[in-house]
Design a protein around this ligand. Structure first.
Ligand code: NAD
Length: 328
């Protein structure tokens, strides 16, 4: 494993982080009996950064992760979130944030968390996030209930704007720095680096698209992106390559990112992510993958309040025959 400084926090995190949303059964059902082996394999591989949220399975992922981390509590950096309580339920008020962290600490069975993050701020009123949510997080930090505070979300430009105005320690962006996109690097990274804010990248597989399994109903990616992802998966497999290793490798090339979070549902997936550390891709294969992704590179989909969207980046319309392929 390799480790990097998480901004100015003084914490050192593994470049591959454990995303715990699968423990909330958000992609598919993950057997609870496997939790100890899964978390144990990650810790053995040197992974020390774990990310969860009350939103993942309505508290289930926190409960399961908290339980499985009991033997390793002193050795790991644990991050959770607040503000997002359901697919369409958000509460970024000071009262809601404080109650949410209290409930998370109970589920995680700890007195304090290393990092508390306002979850998916693009769904909130940004003035409220800056002037109410962040001050509430700072108060929790002062009370010793969280060591550091951060924000998470989908739009790199929005996150860049908010970190310029709010005193956070970390910023997490997802689906904007992997084989499908480099917008986080172009838009958010320079601002975060300048301010010494820890950068966390999430969803190296574009929320499972490059895992090749059937996607859950809630997955927001437009058909053209799914088609390109399916093409990459079948091309890699026919070449004897693992698309998950390639996509994690692509993320690890960005040295400004402290950690890339991948959602793990099995010990094999932990092994696959870690294989990316020593991976050297075949140049021709990489070229073909980049060509397959090129038509949808940097495509985003609507997410959050329209007024919070980064301008001009919604998915292009599909031709009729492409829609048929995407649905198949
Ligand atoms: P991801 O791109 O990491 O994909 C996860 C999916 O891919 C899961 O279904 C997983 O089982 C599967 N997978 C993982 N490794 C695989 C492999 N080797 N082969 C085949 N399939 C594999 O997407 P994600 O889970 O959304 O993102 C990772 C983590 O980042 C989350 O668990 C969460 O902790 C964090 N995250 C945070 C936010 C936010 O705060 N707004 C948003 C997205 C993700």
């Amino acid at each position: 494993m390799r480790y990097r400084a998480l901004g100015s926090t003084g914490i050192s995190v593994s470049v591959i982080g454990f995303g715990a949303s699968p423990l909330g059964n958000v992609f598919s059902s993950v057997p609870r009996a496997d939790d100890d082996a899964l978390v144990g394999r990650a810790v053995d591989a040197g992974i020390n950064f774990f990310d969860v949220s009350p939103y993942y399975g309505a508290g289930l992922a926190e409960e399961r992760l908290g339980e499985a981390l009991v033997p390793y509590r002193k050795d790991v950096v644990l991050a959770t979130k607040c503000g997002r309580n359901g697919a369409n339920r958000f509460d970024f008020s000071a009262k809601g944030i404080t109650a949410s962290l209290e409930a998370s600490l109970r589920r995680l069975k700890i007195d304090a968390v290393d990092l508390i993050q306002a979850h998916d701020i693009e769904f909130g009123d940004i003035d409220q996030v800056i002037y109410e949510t962040i001050p509430a997080l700072l108060a929790l930090k002062q009370q010793g209930k969280a060591r550091y505070i951060g924000i998470t979300g989908y739009w790199p430009g929005l996150l860049a704007r908010v970190i310029a105005e709010a005193p956070v320690d970390t910023v997490l962006n997802y689906c904007h720095l992997n084989l499908f996109s480099d917008e986080m690097d172009a838009v958010l990274t320079p601002a975060a680096e300048r301010m010494g804010i820890g950068l966390i990248n999430a969803s190296p597989l574009h929320m499972g698209i490059l895992g090749g399994a059937q996607l859950p109903d809630w997955h927001p990616a437009p058909p053209a992106v799914r088609v390109a992802g399916a093409d990459v998966v079948s091309f890699c497999r026919s070449s004897g390559a693992d698309p998950a290793i390639l996509s994690m490798w692509a993320c690890l090339q960005y040295r400004s990112v402290a950690s890339t979070l991948v959602g793990f549902a099995s010990t094999e997936q932990v092994d696959s992510a870690c294989a990316a550390l020593d991976f050297v891709p075949d140049t021709q294969m990489l070229k073909t993958v980049r060509r397959l992704v090129a038509p949808v590179f940097n495509t985003s989909w609507p997410q959050g309040r329209p007024e919070n969207e980064d301008a001009g980046r919604v998915a292009p319309a599909l031709e009729e025959d492409e829609i048929k392929v995407a649905k198949a």
